[in-house]
Ligand binder design. Structure first.
Ligand SMILES: *Cc1c(COP(=O)(O)O)cnc(C)c1O
Length: 496
C-alpha cells in the first residue's frame, strides 16, 4: 500500500514521503500527515527476533513507501551504528516497577538522536530521488536537545547547511556548551533573546514566507526542517516503541498480545505521537500517558478539552519540555477531527489569534487512549531522589517527570498494566539539576561535576560530555526574538 502525505490544514494534493521529508512543513503552514496508517506486516514473534536495525526497516518501509529497500537499509545502517554506545541502540532497564526505555545512547545523549541520526540520510536520499539540486538549509528551533542532535547529524553533510536557534537563557549549561562548540563550516548556532515558543514561531514564519522562499530558490537554496514537524523525525521514533514491546515479549516479561502503557515526558508532542502511531500499527497499548512539567498546557487540555497557551512560560529543570505550543498536537487534532483539514485549520487559526481553542465532545471521545499528568519541580526532584535511593539508578529530570506522573497515575487508577517509561535524556546532560535533587554540591565546573556524577551513578561520563573539555566556542551570536531579526541572521549566514 502506497502511503502519501497531506497537510493538516488544506486539501491540496498529497505528496510522497520523500517529498514531505524534503519540504518539512506544508506551504499552508500545516504539518504533513500520512493518508493512512499501515498495519505491521511481520508478526510480533518475528519482530522479537530481530535487531534494532531490522525492526527499524520493518516499521519504516511501511510509512516511507517511496524509498527502495536498498535506500532505506543504507540510511538505517549509516544511522544506527557505533555512534550509539550499545549494540542494542535502545536498551531497557527495569526499575521502580516499570521498564525504562533508554533513548539516550546516541552521540548527543538525548532521545533526539534516535531520529536525527537518520534524518540527514533520509533527506539526502530524498533530494537525489527528487532530482533536487538546490542546497538544503535546515532551519531548527531548539529547546536544547534537537539543536545539538541536528547539528551532529548535519555537520559537514555535503549539500546541506544548518541554522539552529536556541533560547539563550533556556537551556542547560551542558546543552549550551554542546551547541556553541559545534564544528563544521555548514553550521550556524544563534541564541535568541526569548523562549522556545518564540524560536519555534519565528522559524515557522520564516518557513512560510513565500517571498523569502522565492529569493532563496533564486540563490540556489531550499529550506527544510529538522524539528519534529518534519515527518522524517516522527517515523523513526515509531520504531523504538515497536522495539520495546517486542523486547518485552522476547524476554518473556509479557505475553504476545498483552497490553502495555507508555509514559512519555512530553514537550512538542512528537515522541508521544509516535507511540500513538505505533498503537495504530498494531502494538497493543492500553494507555498513552502524557507527562508534563509545570508548563502543563497538555495536562489541562486532556482534562478539559481546551488548549490554552495564555499563561506564564515557566523555566524548569526539564527545559526540553518548556513549551506552551506543542506543534505535533496539531496532527492528533487533525486525526480526531476525522482527518478534516478545514476543522484543523479553524482550530489553528483560533490558536494563532486568541492563543486558545476548545475541541468538540465528539473529538474528546476519541482521546480515550490518552491520559495526562504533570509533575512540579519538587515532584521531579523527589522522583530523582527516590529512584536513586531505592534502585541506585540515576535518571534525568525529563525522565523523572514521567516517573513521577506514572507514580501518581498508578496510585489514582490502580492500573497494573506493564509499563514502559520513555527515558529521554542522560542525567549527564542535566547534571546540575540532578545533583541538586540528590542533595549534592554543584559548586564546580561542568566537567568536574560530571566526574562527581559518574562516581555517584556508577557509570562512566559519556563521550558527549567528556569530549567537551578544551573545546573552543565557535558560535557567539545572539539575536532578537522577532522573525525579522532571526531572518536577518539566516540571510547573513547564507549571504543572500
Ligand atoms: C525533546 C525532549 C522531550 C520532549 O519530546 P517531544 O517529542 O517534544 O514531546 C523530552 N525529553 C527530552 C530530554 C527531550 O530532549
Amino acid at each position: 500500500m502506497e502511503i502519501l502525505y497531506r497537510s493538516t490544514r488544506s486539501d491540496t494534493a498529497p505528496i510522497t514521503a520523500s517529498q514531505a521529508i524534503l519540504k518539512g512543513l506544508a506551504d499552508d503552514g500545516g504539518l504533513f500527515v500520512p493518508t493512512a496508517i499501515p498495519h505491521l506486516d511481520k508478526s510480533i514473534a518475528e519482530l522479537s527476533a530481530m535487531s534494532y536495525q531490522d525492526v527499524a526497516y520493518e516499521v519504516m518501509k511501511l510509512m516511507l513507501t517511496d524509498y527502495t529497500e536498498e535506500e532505506l537499509r543504507s540510511c538505517i545502517r549509516a544511522a544506527y551504528d557505533d555512534k550509539f554506545d550499545t549494540p542494542e541502540i535502545a536498551p531497557m532497564k527495569r526499575a521502580g516497577g516499570a521498564w525504562y526505555l533508554e533513548l539516550f545512547h546516541g552521540s548527543t545523549i538525548a532521545f533526539k538522536d534516535m531520529a536525527l541520526s537518520i534524518l540527514p540520510h533520509l533527506m539526502i536520499t530524498a533530494a537525489k530521488k527528487n532530482h533536487e539540486d538546490k542546497e538544503i538549509v535546515i532551519l531548527t528551533a531548539t529547546s536544547g536537545d534537537t539543536g545539538k542532535a541536528a547539528l551532529a547529524g548535519f555537520a559537514n553533510v555535503a549539500g546541506t547547511r544548518i541554522v539552529v536557534f536556541y533560547p539563550k537563557d533556556g537551556v542547560s549549561s551542558i546543552q549550551k556548551r554542546q551547541m556553541v562548540t559545534q564544528e563544521g563550516d555548514n553550521t550556524c548556532v544563534i541564541g535568541i533573546d526569548g523562549n522556545f515558543d518564540n524560536a519555534q514561531t519565528g522559524v515557522k514564519r520564516i518557513f512560510t514566507d513565500a517571498a523569502l522562499r522565492a529569493r532563496m530558490a533564486e540563490a540556489g537554496f531550499l529550506f527544510s526542517s529538522a524539528n519534529s514537524i518534519n515527518i522524517g523525525r516522527l517515523v523513526p521514533q515509531i520504531v523504538y516503541y515497536v522495539y520495546a514491546y517486542t523486547r518485552l515479549c522476547a524476554g518473556g516479561d509479557i505475553r504476545e498480545g498483552e497490553q502495555v502503557n507508555f509514559v512519555v515526558p512530553t514537550g512538542n508532542f512528537g515522541n508521544i505521537l509516535a507511540a500513538y502511531y505505533a498503537k495504530q500499527m498494531g502494538i497493543p497499548v492500553h494507555r498513552l500517558i502524557c507527562a508534563s512539567n509545570s508548563n502543563k498546557v497538555l495536562y489541562d487540555f486532556f482534562q478539559t478539552g481546551e488548549y490554552d497557551r495564555n499563561r506564564d512560560f515557566i523555566l524548569t529543570s526539564s527545559p526540553s519540555m518548556d513549551i506552551l505550543v506543542s506543534s505535533n498536537l496539531e496532527r492528533l487534532i487533525y486525526h480526531i477531527a476525522g482527518d478534516d483539514a478545514a476543522k484543523d485549520a479553524g482550530f489553528m487559526k483560533e490558536l494563532a489569534e486568541k492563543g486558545a481553542y476548545r475541541i468538540t465532545d465528539e473529538m474528546r471521545a476519541k482521546l480515550s487512549d490518552f491520559c495526562g499528568g504533570y509533575a512540579s519541580e519538587e515532584d521531579t526532584a523527589a522522583a530523582i531522589r527516590t529512584m536513586y535511593e531505592n534502585e541506585r539508578y540515576v535518571i534525568d529530570p525529563h525522565t523523572a517527570v514521567a516517573a513521577s506522573v506514572y507514580g501518581k497515575y498508578q496510585a489514582a487508577s490502580g492500573d497494573v498494566t506493564p509499563t514502559v517509561i520513555a527515558s529521554t535524556a542522560s542525567p549527564f546532560k542535566f547534571e546540575s539539576s540532578v545533583m541538586k535533587a540528590l542533595g549534592k554540591s554543584v559548586d564546580m565546573d561542568d566537567l568536574d561535576l560530571a566526574d562527581e556524577l559518574s562516581r555517584i551513578a556508577g557509570v562512566p561520563v559519556p563521550q558527549a560530555v567528556a569530549g567537551l573539555r578544551g573545546k573552543a566556542v565557535r558560535h557567539t551570536t545572539i539575536c532578537g526574538k522577532e522573525k525579522a531579526a532571526m531572518q536577518a541572521e539566516v540571510e547573513r549566514f547564507l549571504g543572500i
